[in-house]
Design a protein around this ligand. Structure first.
Ligand SMILES: O=C(O)c1cc(=O)[nH]c(=O)n1[C@@H]1O[C@H](COP(=O)(O)O)[C@@H](O)[C@H]1O
Length: 234
């Protein structure tokens, strides 16, 4: 059992970005009680991850289903209702007003937290310009955080570098979850807007998402413990 308390453990979500359920289960087994919250994203969902989500929930873990939904309102509302029905704790949608409002309707009356993905952490200003957006990262995140609040969803996903601004917009009750987290010296990979676990929490994040800093570590248990220790001190 980990030395850090359950509240701190609840702040770290480990992304199970694996090509098959067996690999994901092996990590979950290895991490045991030290990790209480797992993210199942696109790759693993396609490879049987939705059944794994049910198993994890049955085993008392929290599950973040990272499907980044964006579709017509009826489809998003029904998908959010289906996630709520399965006992999922967090579901992501892209932070478009129509999409967020639909997901809020689907999740209504359930504990499911719908989070709007503001601007992906792999994007910078020039990536947004290339994609045809008029505004840069900061203005887009600011606008989308406000629209998430208006849509009545639980909160947003943003980079740790946006977390302070987003916290000010959402207030103390809004959920601010930050991927793009890298312990000092860790490989950055394809992330562009990053900070350390302690910096993310200090900026106002409720929870951090970590994938490769744990999954690609030589010793995933030691890597997860080190991040938890950093969060405990933050
Ligand atoms: O929604 C997400 O979780 C997400 C949003 C975002 O802007 N950036 C981002 O990296 N993520 C996810 O967070 C995880 C980060 O993984 P690592 O870069 O390996 O730590 C991946 O599973 C991404 O899909």
């Amino acid at each position: 059992m980990s030395l850090v308390d359950a509240k701190v453990r609840d702040r770290m979500i480990v992304a199970l970005d694996y090509p098959n359920v067996g690999a994901a289960e092996a990590l979950v087994w290895q991490l045991g009680d030290i990790v209480s919250f797992y993210k199942i994203g696109l790759e693993l969902s396609i490879a049987g991850g939705l059944d794994l989500a049910a198993d994890l929930i049955g085993a008392g873990k929290k599950v973040f289903l990272d499907l980044k939904l964006h579709d017509i309102g009826n489809t998003v509302e029904r998908a959010a209702a289906a996630a709520a029905e399965r006992g999922v704790h967090i579901l992501t949608v892209h932070a478009y007003p129509q999409t967020m409002a639909a997901a809020a309707r689907g999740a209504k009356g359930s504990p499911l937290e719908v989070l709007g993905v503001t601007v992906l952490t792999s994007y910078d200003d020039s990536d947004l310009a290339t994609a045809g957006y008029r505004m840069g990262v900061t203005d887009t995140v600011r606008m989308r955080a406000g629209q998430a609040r208006e849509a009545g969803i639980a909160g947003v996903i943003c980079a740790p570098t946006d977390a302070a601004m987003v916290r000010a917009i959402l207030g103390p009750d809004g959920r601010v979850v930050t991927p793009g987290v890298r312990p000092k010296g860790a490989d950055v990979g394809d992330q562009k807007r990053i900070a350390t676990p302690a910096e993310a929490i200090a900026a106002g994040a409720d929870r951090i998402v970590v994938g490769r800093p744990v999954t690609a570590a030589e010793d995933p248990v030691a890597a997860a413990e080190a991040i938890l220790a950093e969060l405990a001190g933050a």
